[in-house]
Ligand binder design. Sequence first.
Ligand SMILES: Nc1nc2c(ncn2[C@@H]2O[C@H](COP(=O)(O)OP(=O)(O)OP(=O)(O)O)[C@@H](O)[C@H]2O)c(=O)[nH]1
Ligand SMILES: [Mg+2]
Ligand SMILES: [Zn+2]
Length: 333
Amino acid sequence: MRGLVIKSTGSTYLVRTDEGQLLECHIKGNFRIRGIRSTNPVAVGDYVTVSLIGEAGLTAKRSNSDSGLTGEAGPIGWITDVEPRRNYIIRRSTNLSKDCHIIAANLDQVALIVTINHPETSTVFIDRFLATAEAYRVPALLIFNKVDLLNDEELLRLQELRELYESLGYQTMALSAISLQPADILPLLRGKTTLLSGNSGVGKSTLLNALFGREMARTGQISTAHNKGMHTTTFSEMYELVESEKSKVESQGWIIDTPGIKGFGSFDMQREEMSHYFRDIFRVGTECRFGNCTHTNEPGCAVMDALERGEIAISRYESYLSLLADCEEEKYR
Ligand SMILES: Nc1nc2c(ncn2[C@@H]2O[C@H](COP(=O)(O)OP(=O)(O)OP(=O)(O)O)[C@@H](O)[C@H]2O)c(=O)[nH]1
Ligand SMILES: [Mg+2]
Ligand SMILES: [Zn+2]
């Protein structure tokens, strides 16, 4: 049977078969992408082959241990194969790890949810995320949330950042998920599979709930002591947007809610290619004197000239340097 992985808890996967049946599955076998080590061989958004474990085995299994089962699904199955992915978004599992984590697969776009404050999303985080989306060729858009909470100074900052990213060709939106009407954002999402990502507490699950008009996922408070989210969402899960007209129910796409992430560790990005993932730096970099210019200290570097003239944002250049530094570290890993 073929199915779509709609939820992943790390050890178990919820698979919706093409026939519409929900199966709780475990993995059988060894799946790898190009020999890289991933902490999750199967991700939300993957199309997989599943085989049912017999009904008898199933009953025995259920009564032996209820732990690990979500109770949402009926039968239990094995995932025996993963179909080749159209694309995916990936990050390093932890700062020091050699392993990666596939956030989700087979995406039409990623929406990075960011907040100017409560909590503050850093530009380094934004740029690392965007660079990864470029590297893995997934269209990205930026959603600035919680505009209702911003003071005048923060509203200016919002304007500044929107202009910066729009000038790079990224679509941006500013909104308040708490007062969002589905129609405000549906045109952006209709017919697509969209990944919601961002730091903890920026309002990913709140946005999801607003979109569906009811509570699909739990939301959490922001810690007043640290002005940070509390990692409320712990599993990735995808939700189907459906619209029913008369007796016909039609799929309008999928939204993937994911756990908030702290840092965005780059994975498998080569030093020589890093500038390709920064649209502004790449554009100007074609005019550098040396073809293999790293834009750090070479004579005749057009990027550093543009930086001096204020034509490349300092924050962008700093993010670029931080990713280059990752590559340096990589050598010693
Ligand atoms: N004022 C205001 N609060 C918001 C808005 N969006 C979300 N919040 C609040 O921010 C808090 C965190 O929201 P969540 O939706 O749980 O954030 P999340 O991104 O899903 O967080 P994790 O699951 O931890 O990654 C909740 O208390 C929400 O009510 C908004 O637009 N305005
Ligand atoms: Mg959440
Ligand atoms: Zn250069």
